[in-house]
Design a protein around this ligand. Structure first.
Ligand SMILES: Nc1ncnc2c1ncn2[C@@H]1O[C@H](COP(=O)(O)OP(=O)(O)OP(=O)(O)O)[C@@H](O)[C@H]1O
Ligand SMILES: [Mg+2]
Length: 378
């Protein structure tokens, strides 16, 4: 039997909870050609939200064509342009002859070479004369706009892990090139998203950066408790099982409204429930999940320095003055400048989320594990 919860994959249809306001905002942006920048820590639901909004917007406006690109393991400008050109061509037509024709028509100067495999339903590879692209990539950057005008369609280019653009050599030059072309587009919109908050904030909100004021910046939040509770109850009912509001609330609380963990824990609870769930089952499922993650968490913790571990301990013991002399001494944190470095490196490791003055753990299960299993804090 199929289980009613999903995690590690994009949440769709009945697996997608709430996010009504955010979906509506994205749909409006897509159809009115407003660029969007979407930022949240990992696994809070960016990809699922963009996917949902894209489907909704496509239903409303048949002229929209979505292009999805993930920069997760893209490390160079060249790879980026190839990916961009390939996916834009793919989204514009399913006919190979047309793809070849358009590649020649709009990017001819760059000598594009397309190669197709003979496998049915497979896509194609594209390469360029890199020296020409390096000098002037404008034809690739303007490809969607040119295609959109010719075919009377509109493109929405969705680029995940956009912060990776900062790791390309000469990133400022590249960003300037992208911005100066993209801002002229009338029939192409960009939805740029990622999880490295401080890097994205730097790219999009620093006055000195090319992408300053590029579009509507959305800091995606977790999903509200009430909506998640309702979601869990409904998914149990859909499969002939029941869970009361309190137990569903416990699941959400233990996962601290983290969308991925809510689904994972709810799944474990559902599997343990024959007909009717109770709070004991939630407790057992939670312990089971922590045990399941123990090895991973131990390995992650082994990779931290002593001062980083000590800092996490201070946080979990509820210390508020993290840079005070007393805290520096009690937890052996070195100097207060060191504390700043520890915070930044824990943020870079996706362990902490720094938001204004607030510091929180990104992973609620890791937080629980550290507190109860590792430090044994009562
Ligand atoms: N709207 C939602 N309703 C229910 N569950 C959701 C929702 N959005 C996300 N999730 C849960 O969170 C998980 C992660 O979602 P998603 O992959 O969309 O997040 P992400 O922010 O893109 O993550 P990453 O940073 O790893 O790319 C999903 O597999 C699903 O379990
Ligand atoms: Mg994602």
């Amino acid at each position: 039997m199929e289980t009613p919860f999903t995690f590690g994959k994009i949440a769709t249809k009945s697996n997608f909870a709430d996010r009504e306001e955010e979906t509506a905002r994205l749909v409006i942006n897509f159809s009115s050609m407003i660029n969007t920048i979407l930022i949240s820590p990992r696994r809070w639901g960016k990809s699922s939200l963009v996917n949902k909004a894209a489907l909704t917007a496509s239903k409303k406006d048949s002229k929209l064509r979505f292009v999805f690109i993930d920069l997760y393991n893209v490390r160079s400008e060249e790879e980026f342009y190839i990916l961009l050109a390939k996916h834009i061509l793919l989204a514009s037509s399913s006919r190979m002859e047309e793809l070849i024709d358009k590649a020649g028509k709009f990017m001819g100067k760059l000598i594009p070479k397309l190669s197709f495999s003979t496998e049915p339903n497979s896509d194609f590879n594209i390469s360029f004369d890199w020296e020409s692209v390096k000098k002037d990539p404008d034809d690739i950057l303007n490809l969607p706009e040119n295609l959109a005008k010719e075919k009377n369609i509109k493109f929405v280019i969705c680029i995940d892990e956009f912060q990776n653009i900062s790791s390309f050599g000469d990133t400022m030059v590249i960003q300037k090139k992208l911005r100066s072309n993209w801002q002229k587009h009338q029939n192409t919109t960009y939805c740029l998203y990622g999880s490295k908050r401080h890097m994205l904030i730097d790219v999009f909100t620093s006055v000195s950066m090319p992408f300053y004021k590029f579009g509507d910046i959305i800091f995606l939040q977790k999903i509200e408790k009430k909506a998640l509770q309702k979601f869990i109850i409904k998914r149990f009912n859909d499969t002939g099982k029941t869970i009361d509001k309190t137990s569903a609330g416990n699941v959400v609380d233990k996962a601290e409204c983290h969308p991925y963990y809510v689904q994972q824990l709810a799944q474990l609870v559902w599997l343990r429930t024959a007909d009717v769930c109770n709070t004991n089952i939630v407790e057992e499922a939670h312990q089971g999940l922590i045990m399941q993650l123990d090895f991973l968490f131990q390995a992650n913790t082994d990779n931290l320095s002593n001062t980083q571990v000590n800092f996490l301990k201070a946080l979990l013991e509820g210390v508020e003055q993290l840079s005070s002399k007393e805290t520096l001494r009690n937890y052996r944190l070195g100097t207060s400048a060191n504390v700043q470095r520890i915070k930044t490196s824990l943020e870079n490791k996706d362990i902490l989320d720094l938001y204004g003055n607030r510091i929180s753990f990104i992973d609620p299960m890791y937080k629980y594990w550290l507190k109860t299993v590792y430090f044994r804090i009562k």
